[in-house]
Each structure stands twice: as structure tokens, then as C-alpha cells.
Design a protein around this ligand. Sequence first.
Ligand SMILES: [Zn+2]
Length: 594
Amino acid sequence: MLKKASLFFVLIAGALLAVKPAYAADTIVINAKVITVDEAHPAAQAFAFDNGRFTAVGSTAEILKLKTPSTKVIDLKGMTVTPGFNDAHLHPQAIFDENSQYYRVWLGGDRVKTIDELVAALKRKAAITPPGKIINGYGYNDVLLGRHPNRHDLDKVSTTQPVSITHGSGHITVVNSFMLEAAGVTKETADPPGGALDRDPDGTPNGVIRESARSVLSKGHRDERAGGSNDRVAIPHDEEVKGYLNCFRQYSARGLTSVGIAGGSPSSFRLMQELRDAGNPVRVGFMFSVGSFDQLQAAGIARGLGDDRLRVTSLKNFQGNSLSGRTAWLSEAYSDRPDYFGIQPARMQEKLDEDVQKWWDAGWQVATHSNGDREIDMVLTAIERAAAKNPRPDARWRIEHASVMNQALLDRAKKDGVVLVFHSYMWEYGNILASYGPKRLSMMHAYRTAIDMGIPVAGHSDSPISAAYPLLRIQDMVTRKSSDGIARGENQKVSVDEAIKVWTLGGAYATFEENSKGSITPGKLADFVILQKDPREVPLGTIKDIVLEATYLGGQRVYSAPEKATAMTPQPPINYGEGNFGDGDEEENENGIN
Ligand SMILES: [Zn+2]
């Protein structure tokens, strides 16, 4: 009797399933610890998806009832699931295989520990570099090597081709004798202001060139940082596409299912379309640099155009200077220079107001890079003036980085409905940020205060400025600790659940997509990540070491951990005084995507 009733129920349920696609299930995931990021049902054991979207969330017993003979069952045996991660602002870069002639040799401490190893790595590159083209590498660590490499070392790589490498800080370049000669650098060449040429005992420059002295190379073969490309191997378009696909696959392997490209030209947008067509496993939200505004208006392109794989989300604007260059404009002097407040942005308030009104009236969402509190004040002022003239409910303008905050600015951001896209990179840069002093650190990347106030926040890596590695970024938000273990601005710590929400639903909200992604909720895109451990249950300093088992995009498995996988924790960076951090956006308008 009971059996018959059950069977009857199953038949009825089956009939309901057939007519009610909301409960269909081509796949069910069971026995998991599901962090749904859905306030209505924060925790679950199981869920179903069909046709790329979640269809049900519940207990394993409940979800098993949706199983039909054709349903695929994934038993996670206690592993943890979160929604796919969303990095709201980064800058992808083409990544090439080490055997590719387009590869720039990575000389970081994890690969190169002696001068001999450095020379050997560059020789391998020389062997595949066509005559006349530059042999380049980056990221060497002089402490590990015992000294800076010099032209005598690099001459072992080649005496007939340019060889140029950069230090991990990005502030020192080393070249071979061929390059010095081509640039006309001799014993007589003086050190330019703000830079230095290291020299052999007889006074001849030894190839180590510091800071602004790198301008001496501009006469001949130009230095990389000076924008030199004449000597570089040109990258064919199809190779470039492959290089970018490698980059997005790497994002996917770290759990990202959505990213925001923080500024680009129409040609870089076209490249993103090619990547989508080539199967890019990450959803892309694209911010056009504001320089493209007139073209976009002429073509009738507006925010939201696209689909869930590639969408025009915003304009990317700059109103501010650099945290790393210590040029960000501040209301209180830099801690170690009582008379110095940074540099006022070139665009004054009046012009900013005019620009903002134009973009505002055209209906755009604008994401503005601003670091210093006086810069942020200017941006909020312009937004407030534009809104006063032309109220726009839910315009969701964004401030990117918003590094040096204070309570008054947060109050205004809340009132103005602004989304704050903060960094979380104490792990990489905490020891440098320390120079901003405890008072400013207590309001730097002010997640705790902003969340408590109900201000929408999203997370970002600004990759390559910090690693596009959500588990590390989340660890950073809950510990505020640098890689040497020192915490800074601890009052801004948030919980693991809060950090996960910022990196999922927070990112979705920042692009007006909170109804289609960012949580494990029936109806939303089935983007999720399987973690071997629950980040809430490991020591907080080891969240970055959790192995990512798989990444799913729209119900498709787009990344699987290899057998015996280990975490892909990035190496700690080498910090030498003032490294490059905090912004990294300076050149994006020139270079397209970067
Ligand atoms: Zn950026």
C-alpha cells in the first residue's frame, strides 16, 4: 500500500517535472557542503541544474527525488561548493608556453636561483629568438642571486642580439653589451637625474640601469618600460588569441567564472569576441575606456549589450593618481613627508563634472579609478551634481580601488548608491602599504565598514597587480595579513562567508547581473566551484592552500584538478621599497586591454 502510494507520488512528480522545467535536472550534485550565497537558503547539501541553470537546491534526499534514468549524479562526498568567483576588475595578458618564441622569460626566484641558471634560461630563449630580435626576461631576484646580473653575464647569452631583463621591482633593467653599444652608452655617459648606471671598476657602465637612467637606452634599442617594441618578435594574431585563451584558462583553474576587463578599446573588445567564439571558459564583462565614448554613442552601443558570455558593462574612467608612486592626492600629508599631499589630478573638478554629466546623461555606468581620498571626493562630487540635474535611480556608478577612505566619503558613497570595488592585497603589499600609517590603514580597503553600512562592494585582483586567485584574495579579506604574517587594518576584517559573497554576488551586482549569477539559486546560471575543503573550517591563513577540485560554467565542467592536485598558491612577490602596486592602470588606454 505504502509502496503503491510512493510510486503514485513519483509518477505525479515525474509528470510535474515534465511540465515544470524549473525542476528539471540533467545533473544533480549531492552530499556536498553548499555555500549558496542565497540569503533565503544559505546552506544546502545538494542542487540540480538543467540546460545551464540551477533548477533546485536542497537536501540530498530532496534533490535525489529529481533523479530520472537520464540524470547524471555527482556525489561530492562532503566537498564544498561555492558559486563561481567573480573578479570585478583585472587586466588579462597573453600567456605563452616556455617553448614559444613569444614567451618572455620568467626569472623569478621560484625558477632562477643562481646567475648560471639565469644565463641558461635566457640561452634557451636565445635559441628560439630570430636574429635581430630581443631576448627578454623579467622578475629576477638579486638577493637570491647574490648580486645583480650584469652585461658580462648577459654577453654569455648573446653578443650579436639585444638582451634585456628586468628586476622583480620593475625599477631596474639589465642589458648586454650589444644593447649598450647600440644606445651609444660609453664610459663618458653621465648618470641622468633620478637614475644611475652601475659601472665596472674602470667606469664603464656594466649594464645595470636604475630608474630614469633607462632613458639612455631610448637612443638605440629601446627599453621595455619605455614602450620599446621595435626589437620584439611580432606576435601573429592567432598566437595572440591562443595566449589570451591560456590566460582565461588559468583564471578558470583558480575558480573564476566571471571577470571584468577594466578598460579597453574597440579592438580589444573584438579580441574578446574572438575569445568567446574560441570557447573562453570565463564570462567577460567589458569596460570600454572613456576615450571610446563618442564611438560607442555613434554606434548606438549601450550598457548591457551582449550575452552572458561577453557583455558591455561600463565605461572605465580615471580620476586619480598612483598609490605606489605615492602621487595619490590625499587630504592629510603622507606620513613621512609632512608638507606633501600627493599630486592633484590634471582634470579639475569643473571638467570632471562636465564629463561625468555627459556619461551620466547617456545612461552609462562608469567605473572610475581613484585611490586618494581627495580624488574620491572629486568623483563623488561630480556624481552628486550629475544626479541632482538628472536623477537616475540605480545608476550604480563604481569607484575602483577607493583605497584611502574616510567615514564622510563612505556616507556619501552610500547615499549616492555607489559600488566600491576595493583591493584585498595585503598579502602581497601590506609591508609597503604600512607607510600610509595606522589611521589610514584602518580605513583602507574598508570592507568591514562598507558591508556594515550596506554599501555594495565587489572584489578585484587588478591582475597582474595582485594574483587573480580568489581563495588568496578571500584569505586576505579575513586576515589582512601580508605574506610575512603581519596584519594591517585588522578592524576591516570580514568573515569567510562575507568575503565569499563579495567575490560572487558582489561582483554580479557591480555589473547589474545579480539576478542571473552570483549565488546558487534556482533560475541562475549554473556557475560553481568545488573545493576540497571548506574555507570556513581551515586555519584562516591556509585558505589559499585549498585545492580547487573543479570549476563549472553554465553546468559544464570547464576545469578539473589533475590527479594528486596541489593548491596553485602564487609565490609571494619580491618587495623592494616602492614596488608597483595599487593601480597598474596607468597605461591601459595606450595598450588596449592593459
Ligand atoms: Zn586596474
